[in-house]
Design a protein around this ligand. Structure first.
Ligand code: AR6
Length: 204
């Protein structure tokens, strides 16, 4: 694993991003976002986002699924990263996943409470993940519903934060992102996202 990790880090230094990548197609907001219900580990994209914990050493939920599907090299690379603070993100290879990279972000532990700290931290998870994509020249990504499982962030406000933060980012960085998939796992989230997306991503 170490050789793989070192060569990947060398090839993917932040300044190595592709320059001048141009969008093809219409480029409207609604062309770039989609809703998918199912397992994030099967998605073949530049990156998938992991709802990790601050140790980055795996756990249950989507984190457990991603580590299982990526294989043990992912654990080894995560083990070399010195953890991650709430609201921040770190990137690794995707190893056995169809996605090239995994962006690990640590959502707030909300336990049903949504105050300014929880809101800011969850917003920061999406922003930090998108910033890492930009730094690495990546253009397609899938997000799970960060913090809404074991960490107990209520689904409806979490969806508002996810959708509005991604929308603002795409508007501010129109040439960088070609595809964002909101990957929901539960029927309740599917219904919430479907309703909100039709309003938030309405092209004028
Ligand atoms: N694909 C997509 N979404 C999934 C999958 C999957 N395979 N499996 C679960 N989900 P959670 P959190 C959904 O609990 O709340 C871990 O132990 C799930 O239904 O995975 O941020 C970490 O190590 C929910 O909608 O993440 C941390 O300790 C969403 O993913 C802690 O859980 C997030 O639920 C993080 O808790």
């Amino acid at each position: 694993c170490l050789d793989k990790i070192l060569s990947w880090r060398e090839e993917n230094k932040p300044n190595d991003q592709e320059e001048g990548t141009e969008l093809t197609g219409g480029g409207g907001l609604s062309d770039k976002v989609s809703l998918y219900k199912g397992d994030i580990t099967v998605l073949e994209l530049d990156a998938i986002v992991n709802a990790a914990n601050s140790s980055l050493l795996g756990g249950g939920g989507v984190d457990g699924c991603i580590h299982k599907a990526a294989g043990s090299c992912l654990y080894d690379e995560c083990n070399s990263l010195n953890g991650c603070e709430t609201g921040k993100a770190k990137i690794t290879c995707g190893y056995d996943l169809p996605a090239r990279y995994v962006i690990h972000t640590v959502g707030p532990v909300a336990r049903g409470h949504v105050g300014p700290t929880e809101t800011n931290d969850l917003t920061s998870c999406y922003q930090s993940s998108l910033r890492l994509m930009k730094e690495h020249g990546l253009s397609s990504v899938a997000f799970p519903c960060i913090s809404t499982g074991i960490y107990g962030f209520p689904n409806e406000p979490a969806a508002d934060i996810a959708l509005n933060t991604v929308k603002n980012w795409i508007e501010e960085n129109p040439d960088k992102i070609t595809r964002v998939i909101f990957c929901v796992f539960l029927e309740t989230d599917f219904a919430i996202y479907k309703k909100k997306m039709s309003v938030i991503f309405q092209d004028n």
